[in-house]
Write a protein that binds this ligand. Structure first.
Ligand SMILES: *[C@@H]1O[C@H](CO)[C@@H](O)[C@H](O)[C@H]1NC(C)=O
Ligand SMILES: *[C@@H]1O[C@H](CO)[C@@H](O)[C@H](O)[C@H]1NC(C)=O
Ligand SMILES: *[C@@H]1O[C@H](CO)[C@@H](O)[C@H](O)[C@H]1NC(C)=O
Ligand SMILES: *[C@@H]1O[C@H](CO)[C@@H](O)[C@H](O)[C@H]1NC(C)=O
Ligand SMILES: *[C@@H]1O[C@H](CO)[C@@H](O)[C@H](O)[C@H]1NC(C)=O
Ligand SMILES: *[C@@H]1O[C@H](CO)[C@@H](O)[C@H](O)[C@H]1NC(C)=O
Ligand SMILES: *[C@@H]1O[C@H](CO)[C@@H](O)[C@H](O)[C@H]1NC(C)=O
Ligand SMILES: *[C@@H]1O[C@H](CO)[C@@H](O)[C@H](O)[C@H]1NC(C)=O
Length: 522
């Protein structure tokens, strides 16, 4: 078949160059390689990136920086639609660089908690995916947790069947809630779950046979699905601890009262740290689930009164650090806002130092109170604040599609901001930053097309983190390819000038050629 480019070449080039058909004409040098993402801007959809060699459409980050150093690592986010249609181009677990380049586009699913973990001594990624916000199940979900290895192979799926009751008696095949999926240092996984159940609500002005969402967590052996431990909030915490108004809920099974709203659980040795958004409280539990102590965002709970800027409400992502027998620090994404309590105090990243054992006479000390003085954010739902190994903190503003990285020493040292959708249109429940190295087992994807007198090649390799260059092979047919040079790696997709009819590229990692792409002919 006569390639289309031949006609262009015939029309445009002198005879001497037609004679060299098949080898690179001098007018088509390989060049250094180009970054090739096309930015599509079609409001009301947020600008997104488009590629020739892959179908993905990640958001275009709108980035501002103050020039100070960022922590090393890649960003792990899970954009999903809050306002369908006008929201996002891409609903998937994503790995992005802090320059806004795509690294890995996971499957098109509503996901949460896309993060690095260590499982059986190996680096892995996990994410939750499933159904969220169906009917009366507002603010929680039913799904499974996928484990990926460093080639993005699915090595496990944890699909707990827990026997949950739902408001409309829908049964879901996998019943892990979207809020927590935490791989422990003991190679187990902790997941949250929401169960519609009955309890006496007279103490809060509801019916004697009222309905609530009980909040549960399960520690599970990933390979077998065996439940090693389970805990129920209603068995340990009185409903009077709730800050969430009944507001017409709790009357029947269709409208359970979301009184506790569990959203983070991690283990500390054989104990558990459990965060409850709707009681403004974090609990430390024994291995048997008994409460050891609690810290409440308004009163301090078992600790002394909180300093003014140490108060928290509707908080997410309670994470322990620097644990000794005398003290522990807890970091939070402190929403301070909810759908019914919005707009007086901006959302902060909080870190509190607690003296142990707790004493009412000793107040927690505020170590971090992170907020952008130039951009007050009121995040009513979701969010995470992750203190990174170098002391920087990544805040992912949940319902508001903004990430910010703060420096280690000042509460207002906003080093980097990336917005990836308009306000309240796209959510990413949590967002993490972690160093991650991966090489897919798939082949790099290559396409070539006419580009005036020369051809243009476009190569991408979804998930590859360590490619430094692409070795380019060209020739007149697909079995007569020879090396013409290297082009630099320029992000998710690299474009380069093609002189031959047929092209193949090999990824260069650590100076060595490894996996080859398909052969593509113009
Ligand atoms: C994500 O969930 C919403 C409902 O909350 C649903 O409308 C949408 O189709 C889901 N998207 C995907 C990719 O499954
Ligand atoms: C896990 O959940 C996804 C939906 O996100 C579904 O497509 C898949 O079939 C589930 N896997 C298992 C093993 O249940
Ligand atoms: C869920 O609640 C129902 C009562 O509505 C109860 O029978 C069942 O045991 C609960 N499930 C779990 C896993 O706690
Ligand atoms: C449950 O209560 C809600 C709120 O009062 C009401 O709208 C709904 O009709 C009730 N459902 C049933 C099945 O009684
Ligand atoms: C843990 O303690 C060390 C030493 O005091 C300190 O440098 C570090 O910032 C603390 N980490 C966190 C997350 O608070
Ligand atoms: C919450 O409050 C902020 C600040 O007043 C406002 O910008 C935002 O629109 C409010 N959100 C809602 C859903 O009312
Ligand atoms: C919340 O906002 C109010 C009103 O601006 C202010 O008085 C109070 O100190 C703030 N609280 C916190 C914890 O920042
Ligand atoms: C395609 O052609 C345009 C116009 O000549 C040029 O600017 C661009 O660099 C070419 N692309 C490649 C990948 O060579």
């Amino acid at each position: 078949m006569v390639p289309v480019i031949a006609a262009v070449v015939l029309a445009a080039l002198p005879l001497a160059q037609i004679a060299s058909c098949g080898s690179s004409p001098p007018s088509c040098p390989l060049g250094p390689g180009l970054e090739s993402a096309e930015i599509v801007n079609t409001p009301p959809t947020w600008p997104y990136q488009k590629f020739k060699s892959s179908p993905f459409t990640p958001p275009q980050f709108r980035i501002t920086t103050n020039g100070q150093p960022l922590a090393p690592g890649l960003l792990f986010i899970t954009p999903s639609e809050q306002t369908p249609e006008v929201a996002t181009s891409d609903v998937a677990p994503l790995i992005m660089t802090d320059a806004g380049q795509l690294v890995f586009n996971g499957p098109i699913v509503n996901a949460t908690n896309f993060r690095h973990a260590v499982y059986k001594g190996k680096n892995i990624l996990t994410y939750w995916s499933g159904i969220s916000t169906a009917g009366a199940n507002i603010g929680h979900g039913y799904g499974n947790v996928t484990f990926l290895d460093t080639s993005y192979n699915e090595i496990l799926t944890v699909c707990p069947k827990l026997g949950l009751v739902t408001p409309d008696n829908t049964e879901y095949s996998c019943e892990a809630d979207l809020h927590e999926s935490f791989t422990t240092d003991g190679d187990t996984i902790i997941v949250s779950a929401y169960n519609a159940t009955q309890t006496d609500l007279t103490s809060v002005g509801g019916p004697k046979d009222g309905w609530i969402f009980d909040c549960l967590f399960f520690e599970i052996e990933p390979e077998t699905g065996k439940i090693l431990f389970q805990w129920s909030a209603i068995e340990h915490v009185p409903v009077t601890a709730s800050q969430q108004p009944l507001a017409g809920t709790g009357l029947n099974q269709s409208v359970p009262w979301d009184w506790f709203h569990i959203n983070s659980i991690v283990n500390i040795g054989d104990e558990y740290l459990v965060n409850s958004r709707h009681t403004w409280t974090t609990f430390l539990l024994t291995s048997q689930g008994e409460i050891i102590w609690q810290i409440q965002g308004n009163t301090g709970g078992d600790f002394g009164p909180l300093p003014e800027n140490g108060h928290f409400r509707w908080q997410h992502h309670a994470s322990p650090h620097n644990i000794t027998k005398d003290s522990i620090t807890l970091s939070y994404f402190n929403n301070y806002n909810s759908a019914i309590d919005n707009g007086t105090n901006q959302t902060t990243g909080l870190e509190l130092l607690l003296s142990l054992p707790p004493k009412k006479s000793v107040s927690p000390i505020v170590l971090k109170d992170l907020a952008d003085p130039n951009e007050a954010i009121f995040a009513e739902s979701q969010g995470s604040a992750e203190i990174l190994p170098n002391g920087n903190t990544i805040m992912n503003y949940g319902q508001i599609a903004i990430l910010k990285e703060y420096g280690p020493n000042s509460n207002s040292d906003v080093r980097w901001t990336a917005q990836f959708a308009g306000p309240n249109l796209v959510q990413s429940y949590r967002g993490f930053k972690h160093v991650w190295h991966a090489t897919p087992t798939t082949c790099p994807d290559l396409v070539v097309e006419n580009n005036g007198t020369c051809g243009a090649g476009y190569v991408s390799w979804n998930g590859a983190t360590d490619v430094t260059a692409w070795a380019v092979y060209e020739g007149p047919t697909n079995n007569q390819l020879s090396f013409v040079g290297n082009v630099g790696y320029r992000g998710f997709e690299t474009a380069f000038t093609v002189g031959g009819e047929c092209v193949q590229v090999a990824a260069v990692i650590d100076g060595k050629e490894c996996e080859r792409s398909n052969v593509a002919c113009i």
